[in-house]
Structures are given as structure tokens and as C-alpha cells.
Design a protein around this ligand. Structure first.
Ligand code: C5P
Length: 244
């Protein structure tokens, strides 16, 4: 599937999820320097160490995806999004379920930070339905739609709010690419290179399949971070993408 990202080099489309403690994360980053471009910092690492972790990764030359999944009233999210952008992060997340006004507020916060810093606005992504939730969970919460339909409905809201794109499972990528168009970011976790251990992920796709279905970027954690040789594991994924 041709997208605005089709000509982006493979290594710039892989985001390494650093789901570990700070020392381990920074040691991994040192190993992957010169190979990987993007690192993902999630809530566990961020709530323990704060913007210091983002700064340390930026100093090592990485782009940082700060995955804090903001969800609050628009005023609060605007301030939080601005703070996230000011920290030096290059990509951030919010829950689309916060609504169009909240997503627009996040975008405003990011734009305000960009104009104050004289930089381009960072990438803003919406999370639709968490993959830990299924049709039954949604029904229990009073949501009448199936998870698949809810993902589509929330993606439409992300489009309306004009944020950069969404986080989605590889299975949803093709449908979401149809809704969001060729320029949107569609970042997919749940990716496993051919033959890799699944861990706790159930609905997975290979990197090549995720991109063929319209992903702009893939998030890969344990297949790289828990490999005996993380650099070799990362480069094997780059090769797998380039060969496809
Ligand atoms: O180790 P693994 O490759 O499974 O890591 C995937 C990363 O993507 C983790 O940081 C996980 O929290 C995140 N993620 C996910 N599924 C989602 C959303 C985020 O696996 N639906």
C-alpha cells in the first residue's frame, strides 16, 4: 500500500519499545545507537523518571515516542501535551475517547510548544480501543458497538480533530488507512518478526505484513530488547522489511 511513508528508510519506521528500568533502557539505547532511530518511553519508565529519560535519549541522538495516553478535560490535556512537546519528545499519544475537543486541545498544546521553540509540531497519535478490551468489555461499559466498529468510529473522530494519526493493531491498519488517507501516521504494536516468540501478544503480524497493510511505523519491544544481541535482532527486522 503506497503511503506518504513508503520511501522512508526501514530503520526510521521501527520504534523500539523500552519497557524496562531506566538503567537498562539507557544501556539498550547505547547498544542500538547508530542502528535504531526511534525509542518508545511508556508510563512505567516516565512516571518513575520523568522528562529526564526523554532528555537522556535525545542526547544520545534518538527520536522519542512518549506514550502517555493522555485523557482528561481539554484544558488539562492542552497543558500536558505542551509539556510533553517541551520535554523534547517527537511523538505522543492521547485517548481518542477523550473526544474531538480534547484532541484539538492536545494539538493546540503541541502547536504552542512548537511556535515557542521555533520547531515543527510533534506527531500526535490517538489510541482508539485498547487491545486488552473486546466486544464483551465494551458492552459491559455500555458501548453498543463491536470493538471493530468502535475503532472505526473513534478514528473518524481523530480525523475530525486533525491529529497526526492513530495507534492501531496491525489487523486494523488497512481499514484505518482507508479512513485516514495516505498521509496519516498509523503506528502498530503487536508486531513479531517471522519465528519470534509471541510473549503475551495474541493478534500479531510480521513487520512486512504490517507495512503492506498500511502501517507507517511499527513498535517492537521484546523481540529486540530481550534478544541476546539486540543490534542483530534490530538489523534482522530491517533486512526482513527491505526484502519484502
Ligand atoms: O514487547 P512488545 O513488542 O510486545 O511491546 C509492544 C509495545 O507496544 C509495548 O510497549 C506495549 O505496551 C505497546 N502496545 C501494545 N499493544 C497495544 C498498544 C501498545 O503492545 N495495543
Amino acid at each position: 500500500m503506497l503511503t506518504a511513508f513508503s520511501n522512508t528508510p526501514a530503520r526510521e519506521r521501527i520504534i523500539v519499545a523500552l519497557d524496562c528500568g531506566k538503567d537498562e533502557a539507557l544501556a539498550l539505547a547505547d547498544k542500538l545507537a547508530g542502528h535504531a532511530v526511534w525509542m518508545k518511553v511508556g508510563m512505567t519508565l516516565y512516571y518513575a523518571h520523568g522528562p529526564e529519560v526523554v532528555r537522556a535519549l535525545k542526547e544520545k541522538g534518538f527520536k522519542v515516542f512518549l506514550d502517555l495516553k493522555l485523557h482528561d478535560i481539554p484544558h488539562q490535556v492542552k497543558g500536558a501535551a505542551k509539556a510533553v512537546a517541551n520535554s523534547g519528545a517527537d511523538m505522543m499519544t492521547m485517548h481518542t475517547f477523550g473526544g474531538v475537543a480534547m484532541m484539538q486541545a492536545a494539538q493546540e498544546g503541541v502547536s504552542l510548544s512548537a511556535s515557542e521553540r521555533g520547531a515543527s509540531p510533534i506527531v500526535t497519535l490517538g489510541v482508539t480501543v485498547l487491545t486488552s478490551m473486546d466486544d464483551e468489555t465494551l458492552a459491559g461499559l455500555g458501548v453498543g458497538r463491536s470493538a471493530a466498529d468502535q475503532v472505526k468510529a473513534l478514528a473518524e473522530k481523530a480525523k475530525e480533530a486533525q491529529i497526526s494519526g492513530v495507534v492501531a493493531s496491525p489487523q486494523e491498519a488497512a481499514v484505518l488507512r482507508g479512513i485516514l488517507g495516505p498521509d496519516a501516521y498509523i503506528v502498530t504494536p503487536g508486531v513479531r518478526p517471522a519465528g519470534a516468540a509471541l510473549g503475551d501478544q495474541s493478534r500479531v503480524a510480521t513487520p512486512a505484513k504490517a507495512f503492506a497493510d498500511g502501517a507507517s511505523h511499527i513498535v517492537v519491544g521484546r523481540p529486540i530488547t530481550q534478544a541476546e544481541d539486540p543490534v542483530a535482532a534490530f538489523e534482522a527486522i530491517v533486512d526482513e522489511i527491505q526484502e519484502s
